[in-house]
Design a protein. Sequence first.
Length: 68
Amino acid sequence: MFGLTKLDIRRLAYCYCEVNNTQHNFNRTSQCAGEDWIAGLMRNNPRLSLQKPEQTSLARAAGFNKKK
């Protein structure tokens, strides 16, 4: 119920490349993209922004269940 952190995005990029057999220079030991990769992503996509996550209200959280 929270957004993704920079580390989550870096790991997601690594997994995406591995699953799709895309050639990459990411760190195979830590299994995530580098800090320079995320910096380039943010620089090349000005519509993306970092925001501090806010707590989900109880009413909204109740709407995430399968019954609803």
